[in-house]
Design a protein around this ligand. Structure first.
Ligand code: NAP
Length: 328
């Protein structure tokens, strides 16, 4: 393991909550946790592991941690908080590798967008005396990698924790405080319920975006040049979502299969109803739906989960990356 001289931790109002945070996976979410934990003086030391030497070197260059290793078992040694920040499909493998090196009393969590599958993959590998509590910060962008993270990603965003009936209340309280100090509002939820809710609010919208952008790209009658040229008219917003990390989203759909298929069934029925309304010239049905949906956006803005600025708060040219999140 290589050690970096750690930048001095700013003294905050509160003492550090954890002595050693181990992050396994250091992409958008892992690096944002590193920034937030550092900026808010939540941990004394950050140890980082990831799959590839390139990503690890990039994390070290960005000074995201204090210690680095390609071996996840090495970085969890002595850690009192371990957070898995890999794609959902990799969590079981990582849990098996770190299992024997986890410190007694350590809290292990994750950030995966699907909870039932992660619990099934990870829980069997957790030794007695280690507290595993699955979690999902509902915040993100379409960017990935260690350079994409920033300290304020979780501010005013929900973080869902999915304890089971065996979860230790003191460990849950400590993990809740961790996310609270990262700026999140914490919601406790059953894992199955999380997966159903997120299938509707996040997974299906991503599937629709991937599909619509794929269909447009495949259309023989519209040249790709025209698709790009006229993209201001709604399509462009779908391309932002459809630019999200392919590995992460492949795993989301493979690991939240039942809930996604159930929600997709409902979506298809509603789409057929819209198709019928258009075919039969039922303007009232269209107008009623479009009025209801407009109201939902107003509520999201009122709850502070989206900006009311025109064009999602993008600058005039609409080209610069913004900090708008995919609410993933
Ligand atoms: P990311 O930027 O693509 O980073 C993924 C990290 O995981 C990289 O460090 C990658 O390492 C590592 N990794 C990939 N496959 C691995 C494997 N098989 N074994 C070990 N490490 C592996 O992804 P992200 O956006 O941070 O997403 C990470 C997790 O957060 C996912 O589970 C996702 O569902 C969840 N999440 C994402 C968002 C979002 O909007 N992006 C929001 C909330 C939650 P290498 O580069 O070294 O291969």
């Amino acid at each position: 393991m290589s050690d970096n001289a750690s930048p001095p931790v700013q003294a905050g109002d509160k003492p550090v909550l954890f002595q050693r945070l181990a992050l396994i996976g250091i992409g958008l979410i892992g690096s944002s946790i590193a920034h937030a934990a550092r900026a808010n003086n939540i941990v004394a030391e950050i140890a980082i592991s990831t799959r590839s030497a390139e990503t690890l070197a990039e994390a070290e260059r960005l000074k995201l941690g204090d210690a680095y290793s390609l071996d996840p078992a090495e970085v969890v040694e002595g850690a009192d908080l371990v957070i898995l920040c890999t794609p959902v499909g990799a969590c079981g493998k990582v849990a098996a590798v770190i299992s024997k090196s986890l410190a007694p009393g350590a809290i292990v969590s994750d950030v995966g967008s699907v909870k039932g599958s992660v619990i099934k993959q990870v829980a069997p590998h957790m030794p007695d005396g280690v507290h595993f509590i699955a979690g999902h910060p509902v915040a993100g962008t379409e960017y990935s990698g260690p350079g994409a993270g920033f300290a304020t990603l979780f501010e005013n965003r929900w973080c869902v924790l999915t304890p089971t009936q065996d979860t230790d209340p003191a460990a849950l309280a400590k993990l809740t405080e961790f996310w609270d100090r990262c700026g999140s509002q914490v919601e406790i939820m059953d894992a199955g319920h999380h997966d159903l809710v997120l299938s509707m609010t996040s997974h299906i919208p991503h599937l629709i975006a991937y599909n619509i952008v794929g269909t447009a790209a495949d259309l023989e009658t519209v040249t790709k040049r025209e698709v790009v040229k006229f993209s201001a008219a709604g399509f462009r917003d779908f391309t932002r979502i459809a630019a999200s990390d392919p590995t992460m989203w492949r795993d989301v759909f493979l690991h939240n299969k039942e809930a996604v298929l159930e929600t997709l069934g409902r979506f298809s029925e509603d789409l057929s109803a819209l198709q019928r309304a258009i075919r039969w010239g039922d303007g009232d049905a269209l107008y009623d739906l479009f009025s209801r949906t407009r109201e939902i956006r107003r509520r999201i803005i009122a709850e502070g989960q989206e900006t009311a600025m025109p064009n999602f708060g993008r600058d005039e040219g609409g080209l610069a990356p913004t900090d708008e999140d995919t609410g993933e």
